[in-house]
Design a protein around this ligand. Structure first.
Ligand code: FES
Length: 87
C-alpha cells in the first residue's frame, strides 16, 4: 500500500492494496472521470507533482511514462510510499 497527497489541500489519503487510486479519489469527493478502468482510454489521466508512479496503463508512450508527471489512477499505482497529485 501507499499514500497519495492532494497538492491543493495537503490531504493525505491511504490507498490499500485492493483498491485503485481513482476509487479512493472518488470516495473522497474528487470528480475523477473514469471510463475503461483498465488503462486503455486515458480518460482518468491525472497530473503528478512528486513521487514515482508504477505505470500500468496501455495508453501512455514510453516517453510519457518516463516523465512521471501523469498517470492513470484507475489502474496505475506507486513505486514508492507517496504520490503527490496535481489536484
Ligand atoms: Fe481508462 Fe483510466 S479510465 S485509462
Amino acid at each position: 500500500s501507499f499514500e497519495i497527497r492532494i497538492a491543493s489541500s495537503g490531504a493525505v489519503l491511504p490507498v490499500a492494496a485492493d483498491e485503485s487510486v481513482s476509487s479512493v479519489l472518488v470516495r473522497h469527493g474528487f470528480a475523477i472521470p473514469v471510463s475503461c478502468e483498465q488503462g486503455v482510454c486515458g480518460t482518468c489521466l491525472t497530473g503528478i507533482l512528486s513521487g514515482e508512479p508504477d505505470h500500468r496503463d496501455l495508453c501512455l508512450s514510453d516517453e510519457e511514462r518516463a516523465r512521471n508527471d501523469q498517470f492513470t489512477p484507475c489502474c496505475s499505482r506507486a513505486k514508492g510510499k507517496l504520490l503527490v497529485l496535481d489536484l
